[in-house]
Design a protein around this ligand. Structure first.
Ligand code: G3I
Length: 444
């Protein structure tokens, strides 16, 4: 029975100190914030100014085309690793991670494969042999594999690709199991486009990932390509990333670019700066977001003008390798944030339910600062002999009248503006007033 609710808020001060990030390589800024910043590259261009920037500014490389099926297995059972080896060797020489892209896709397949006539059993074997060969060759050298790329239709159903049509959804599970066997250390990703917002396609991906995990399929991460249109960063991007992360997988932005109608105006470039910053912020706000990869770092190496005539300027550097406002947007968003001083939070305490001798209370902590909280503790004094008997979503201990509640591993991180709630049951007699004050502190 709810007989009343008490509400009390303690608000403490916030502190944040952004530092200058102008001259620090983007890869270092990203690493200091716990994510990687990567780029797709064209292996043949990795010399001169292009190579200098790719090596110095990015912590992860994705071969734009060199690891695709048509590139590595141009004839059945005959492999050509020249292009892929070049990118991997460059990454190793520059202390960079590699995102392998991609083992199973419906596009950029060799003619012998698409033109052949195969039974489902033959196709399955061709697929698993290919995965075993490619993931096996780069065992221990590729950090993340896009094991299956673009498996879904726009409505979230299975795409009737060469693979989906012949084998149904089971090809995805088989692909992941083969990749895990070939390279147990690599993080295995499902990757798709137009899944960035909450919507039909991402709902389909969400349900697919859930089904795969329930079957014990080794899916480690979900990639969101994020080929975006100027001014249209989805408002639900962060929420969407977070709901996947809560399934127990990593998430990553894998192919970010933001296109506009050419010629680019100053206003459009300013909007693009804000858009890049918004995508970076969404990743930073989600603890399991591993990193952000731009799909080409210079406008001279972007797929957009070829595929969307009249559009382009989609990357952070212009065609002459000069940084654009988008570059500053990334750097400013990744700028170091001094850890918040203790107390950058507010707390509310509410008795939601009360009966003879017992009550339930909910305590909600809000991060009122501009930096993420990494761990928290809330303390209060029970004023009338109340005792905590059972708690959830926090470790709650009571000594005399003093109560201390601290985070659990899964709710330690609270993004700026975010809240985390925990609750407890307590006993009371006589009266059940709320605490006079609650304090919160940050840190693990
Ligand atoms: O290699 C040939 C070259 O020999 C020929 O002279 C030239 C003439 O057009 O074409 C070259 O092949 C091109 C290939 O890129 C390598 O540069 C293809 O025409 C071109 O279609 C191909 O485009 C790639 C595209 O995937 C194909 O789907 C883009 O570079 C690549 O950035 C793009 O990447 C995809 C991701 O893999 C998956 N997500 C979407 C993303 C954008 O489409």
């Amino acid at each position: 029975m709810i007989t009343g609710a008490a509400l009390l808020t303690a608000v403490l001060t916030s502190v944040t100190t952004p530092a200058s990030a102008a001259d620090t390589p983007l890869r270092d800024l990203a690493a200091a914030r716990g994510i990687y910043l990567g780029t797709a590259v064209t292996g043949g261009k990795l010399t001169g100014g292009y190579g200098d920037l790719a090596g110095a500014q990015f912590g992860s490389l994705t071969p734009g085309n060199e690891m695709k099926w048509e590139a590595v297995e141009p004839a059945r059972g005959t492999y050509d690793w020249t292009g892929a080896d070049r990118v991997v060797a460059f990454a190793e020489a520059h202390g960079q991670q590699v995102r392998g892209h991609t083992l199973v896709w419906h596009s950029q397949l060799p003619g012998w494969l698409t033109g052949g006539s195969w039974t489902p059993a033959q196709l399955r074997t061709l697929m698993t042999d290919h995965i075993t060969a490619e993931a096996g060759r780069y065992k221990g050298r590729v950090d993340h594999w896009d094991v299956v790329n673009e498996p879904l239709n726009e409505d979230g159903t299975l795409r009737p690709s060469l693979w989906g049509a012949a084998l149904g959804e089971s090809y995805i599970a088989d692909a992941f199991r083969s990749a895990r066997a070939a390279d147990p250390a690599a993080k295995l990703y499902l990757n798709d486009y137009s899944t960035d917002a909450v919507g039909a396609k991402s709902d389909g991906m969400y349900a697919l990932v859930k089904r795969l995990l329930a079957q014990g399929v080794p899916v480690d991460g979900v990639g969101f390509q994020a080929h975006l249109v100027l001014g249209q960063v989805p408002a639900s991007l962060e929420t969407n990333l977070r709901r996947f992360a809560e399934l127990g997988v990593d998430v990553a932005i894998t192919e970010l670019d933001i296109r506009m109608t050419l010629p680019a105006t100053d206003a459009e470039l300013a909007q693009q700066k804000a858009d890049y910053a918004a995508v970076l912020r969404a990743c930073l706000a989600v603890t399991r977001c591993a990193g952000v990869t731009v799909w080409g770092f210079t406008d001279s190496d972007s797929w957009i003008p070829d595929f969307f005539p009249g559009q382009g300027a989609a990357t952070p550097y212009d065609e002459n390798l000069a940084p654009k406002p988008a570059h500053a947007g990334i750097a400013e968003t990744l700028a170091p944030v001094t850890p918040p001083a203790p107390g950058v939070c507010s707390v509310t305490y509410a008795v939601s339910s009360q009966w003879t001798g017992g009550f339930t209370a909910q305590v909600t902590l809000r991060n009122t600062g501009t930096a993420p909280l990494n761990g928290w503790t809330v303390r209060w004094t029970q004023p009338a002999g109340q005792r905590v008997t059972q708690a959830w979503n926090a470790t709650v201990t009571q000594t005399g009248a003093e109560v201390t509640a601290s985070h659990l591993s899964y709710n330690a991180a609270v993004p700026p503006g975010g809240t985390v709630a925990f609750g407890f049951n307590g006993s009371w007699s006589g009266t059940n007033p709320p605490p006079a004050a609650l304090t919160c502190a940050t840190g693990t």
